[in-house]
Design a protein around this ligand. Structure first.
Ligand SMILES: [Zn+2]
Length: 560
């Protein structure tokens, strides 16, 4: 190119780069335009629109069909949404990505209504598993069976005499194993309960085949660790499943450091469909947290949070309560991490600029975690800005409610936990504690707390429509109980959508980029088969995702 032409060309390039007024920007035209949609932006200053224009990975315009059509150029792809609802890309503020991938590889016994059905599934799996190899499965729930007592190793032994079997309970806080697995782990009547865990035993003290919380490790540590290829395959399986469900961002609640390294490789290769916000496992002795990774690979990967655990779960009576369990007066649950160790871990996270995200289910654990956050905010000036997170915030004492807003602590909740647990919560903790403090989203909002909603998949199914439905109904998928369980704690549809978009984005420090459809934001959105902001609640359960766009790229498309 001759010098003069080069100069003119350079001027043109600079001219385009300089163009900031809408008129000039429009000259460049949109890459993609979606029109004829009913757009719910989650932006209070412009709640609805008909059309959206995207250039690169960002939104450049929103408005009426006529307004946005002016962004059309010769190369613009145009998608007619057919009048369907379009919402921001959905976020799951608390899930376990590799756990979902593992589940997709493993025996899934979710929804089985008898122990015998689980045993039959294990027997079928033995036919395709070499003798001696482990059979892994998950998501059984004895509360769904006619006999809600714990199952036994003996029940599995007849079906799988030659394979060690390890089946996680639906909440991940108990495991059902067979005798072959207990032999590998050398469990016997002489095995003591480990700290933070318990072995269910027969009358004569022998382990009966169910391990609670930390006792699960006694067997789990004998399961061969998956190789890199297996982990990568789990990530791929989960990532595809999430995109299909309209999830464009997942907060991954507890990631091993090696696995975070793998996420980074996959993000760098551009092979992630779903953005990941990683909560790392806490540093072990001698480990130092690396500098936070923020907005990596076009915001595909962020690593700036640490996942800590205060107590267990309510289903297995591991949640730490102030007063004893109503159905087992001898226990108040388990503080899974000793309080001084929890403080050390959280302080290390905060000092390294990481957001502490602490699992707290029982009211005692929630009080402790709020105390811990208060202490950290005193010890490390400015750390309030980290937006400390209470993961689950499930059972709360009234006195603790205002502390969320006062400390700018995010209530990271899971609406489907409420509707899964509601049949037995009052049995565990009694009517009074249930009414005043169990899954009290409305009371939290009224106190000024910020909510983010997630599913805790694979504890619950990852489909965000289930969480949205649970939030607005507090009913199970059959519409029970009529009127909803503690229905005064329901969310409106607007609040429920906010909690899986802008609310979750805030919890990830990403509210400038994600969660609201507006010019300048990343172009993450989904088109739905039904308008979840209008249709009858039961219809929300049938709603499918027909298009998922992450950063302007189609990551799922079916029927549009
Ligand atoms: Zn979780």
């Amino acid at each position: 190119m001759r010098p003069l032409l080069t100069f003119v060309f350079a001027l043109l390039v600079v001219g385009v780069a300089w163009s900031t007024s809408p008129q000039d920007a429009r000259a460049a035209a949109a890459d993609l335009l979606l029109h004829h949609a009913r757009i719910y932006t989650v932006d209070p200053s412009r709640p609805e629109a008909q059309a959206i224009a995207i250039r690169g990975d960002r939104i450049v315009a929103l408005g009426s069909d006529a307004e946005v059509m002016t962004w059309r150029g010769p190369a613009t792809r145009v998608i007619d949404a057919g009048g369907r609802a379009l919402v921001p890309g959905l976020h799951d503020a608390h899930g376990h990505v590799l756990g979902l991938g593992e589940l997709l590889q493993q025996l899934d016994v979710r929804g089985t209504t008898t122990a015998a059905a689980v045993v039959a599934a294990v027997r079928a799996r033995t036919a395709t598993t070499p003798p001696g190899a482990w059979i892994l499965g998950r998501s059984w729930d004895q509360n769904d069976w006619p006999d809600t007592g714990w199952p036994s190793a003996a029940m599995l032994d007849a079906a799988a005499p030659h394979h060690p079997v390890y089946l996680s309970r639906v909440d991940g806080h108990a495991a059902w194993v067979n005798s072959a697995a207990m032999r590998v782990a050398r469990l016997s009547a002489a095995t003591p309960d480990p700290g933070g865990g318990r072995l269910i035993r027969t009358a004569n003290g022998d382990p009966s085949g169910v391990l609670i919380d930390r006792a699960m490790d006694l067997v789990r540590r004998h399961i061969p660790t998956p190789d890199r290829a297996t982990v990568r395959e789990r990530l791929r399986l989960a990532d595809e499943a999430l995109a299909r469900l309209g999830l464009t961002m997942v907060h991954d609640a507890g990631v091993e450091w090696d696995d975070a390294g793998l996420y980074r490789q996959v993000a760098d290769a551009g092979a992630l469909k779903t953005r990941l916000y990683v909560m790392l496992r806490p540093p072990r002795a001698g480990q130092t947290l690396p500098p936070p990774l923020i907005g990596h690979a076009g915001h595909l990967l962020t690593v700036r949070a640490v996942k800590l655990v205060a107590d267990g779960a309510l289903g297995s009576r591991g949640a730490a309560l102030h007063a004893p369990y109503s159905d087992e007066p001898g226990t108040t649950g388990l503080l899974v991490t000793p309080p001084d160790q929890l403080h050390t871990q959280a302080l290390a996270a905060v000092r390294a600029g990481y957001q502490p995200c602490v699992h707290a289910i029982g009211d005692r654990a929630n009080t402790d975690v709020l105390d811990l956050f208060e202490q950290l905010q005193r010890e490390v000036p400015g750390s309030r800005a980290l937006r400390m997170r209470d993961e689950h915030a499930q059972i709360l004492r009234a006195a603790d409610l205002p502390r969320f807003a006062a400390l700018d602590v995010i209530a990271s909740m899971q609406t489907t936990h409420a509707t899964s647990d509601m049949p037995w919560v009052a049995t565990r903790i009694g009517e009074a504690r249930t009414r005043s403090g169990a899954y009290v989203w409305r009371a939290l909002l009224a106190s000024g707390a910020r909510l983010a909603n997630g599913s805790d998949f694979p504890v619950e199914a990852p489909n965000p429509m289930l969480g949205f439905y649970a939030a607005i109904t507090r009913q199970d998928v059959h519409g029970q109980p009529p009127g909803g369980w503690s229905s005064d704690q329901r969310l409106t549809r607007t609040e429920a959508l906010y909690a899986v978009t802008a609310g979750a984005a805030y919890a990830a420090h990403l509210e400038q980029e994600l969660g609201i459809l507006r010019p300048g934001a990343l172009a993450d959105l989904v088109v739905l088969s039904d308008d979840i902001m209008q249709v009858a609640a039961a219809r929300v359960l049938e709603t499918r995702v027909v298009l998922t766009l992450r950063g302007g790229q189609v990551t799922w498309r079916d029927g549009l």
